[in-house]
Ligand binder design. Structure first.
Ligand code: A3P
Length: 330
């Protein structure tokens, strides 16, 4: 599909200055397309739910003030955000909590690391009320993050994943959220066209990838598959990147191993707190986010159980073409 160009030449802060009246005007002019049960609009080259764009993204760009010691956990949806939240939270707060009475045993990881773009219009704790140093999550593309994140020099950890697994995970997740079946082929075509929530998937990865090459001390780029194959190595890398490396005493005492175990899929998915109840729902209740929906199979390569080989090759081919010359591969 030839993608409509929804980018406009104004900077995010210019657009956000008078978001109440201006954002409605901007919104009405954006390209729109049907997506699962809701429409998506194309804003500055990325697709978003229209209600969400006005009430959160523009508002966020207008109001959010980063602190220099904020750490941002960024991702495309279904690429391991919840896992990264658990890991980063545990690593950063390891001097405050024992494993025996750790907040992860009684809270869903998404309750411990607030999303930048969600608390603004929900009753979740507002990020503004959190004390520094803050750990915040986002699905926003780097080009749409509030400017102060860059100007304050905040560290960003980005996690991405083989798009075939990310797509399958997203398809399952959306069926849970919307509470009805979603045609796999139809959804796959949308994904391949780039018309996916926070998509195109490849642009999202590519922007963070390029930033991680340009500013390796500011952006740490992780792949779900690599973390899965050697979690201990990446737990240590995350700690160092966040400025809280494990001491030799901690390493001798097996602290990094404890972090890996506490945050493992097996441990977190087995906890009662992550098995029942809702995390949130939208205002009219037609999108319900259950806690258990964030823990499905936690495997690499599960796409083969849902997609044909041909579908896999098609997506691989698209990714190869879109990422050509960047050095980023899946
Ligand atoms: P699957 O649907 O393939 O199982 P996100 O947190 O970005 O929404 O991503 C969700 C995906 O990460 C789901 O993938 C989920 O099962 C997996 N996941 C959640 N917690 C995990 C953990 N602790 N370790 C590994 N994978 C995890």
């Amino acid at each position: 599909m030839e993608q409509a160009n929804g980018s406009d030449s104004k900077s995010p802060s210019e657009v956000a200055l008078s978001y109440d009246s201006h954002s409605s005007d901007v919104l009405s002019k954006l390209p729109r397309r049907e997506f699962l049960s809701q429409d998506l609009v194309l804003y500055r080259n990325y697709w978003f739910y229209s209600h969400f764009l006005k009430s959160t993204i523009m508002l966020l760009q207008d109001r959010f003030q980063a602190h220099p010691d904020d750490a941002i956990l960024a991702s495309n949806p279904k690429c391991g955000t919840t896992w990264l939240m658990a890991l980063a939270f545990t690593i950063k707060n390891r001097f405050r909590y024992n494993i025996g009475n750790h907040p992860l045993l009684t809270h869903h990881p998404q309750q411990l690391v607030p999303f930048l773009e969600f608390p603004l219009n929900t009753n979740t704790t507002s990020v503004e009320t959190l004390s520094s140093p803050r750990l915040l999550a986002t699905h926003m593309p780097i080009s749409l993050l509030p400017e102060s994140i860059g100007s304050q020099g905040c560290r960003i950890i980005y996690i991405c994943r083989d798009p075939k697994d990310a797509f399958v995970s997203s398809w399952h997740f959306n069926q849970r959220v919307f509470g009805h079946e979603i045609d796999l082929d139809k959804a796959f075509n949308l994904f391949c066209e780039g018309s996916w929530l926070y998509g195109p998937f490849w642009n999202h990865c590519l922007e963070f990838w390029e930033e991680s090459i340009a500013r390796p001390n500011m952006v740490l780029f992780l792949k779900y598959e690599e973390v899965m194959s050697d979690p201990l190595k990446y737990v240590k890398r995350i700690a160092t990147f966040l400025g809280v490396p494990f001491s030799s005493e901690e390493q001798d005492g097996g602290v990094p191993e404890e972090v890996v175990k506490l945050c493992s899929f097996k441990m977190l998915s087995g906890l009662q707190v992550n098995q029942t109840g809702e995390l949130s729902r939208n205002q009219n209740g037609d999108m319900v986010y259950e806690k258990s929906a964030y823990f499905r199979s936690g495997k690499v390569g599960d796409w083969v159980n849902h997609m044909s080989k041909e579908m896999g090759s098609r997506l691989d081919h698209i990714m190869k073409e879109k990422l050509q010359g960047s050095g980023l591969t899946f």
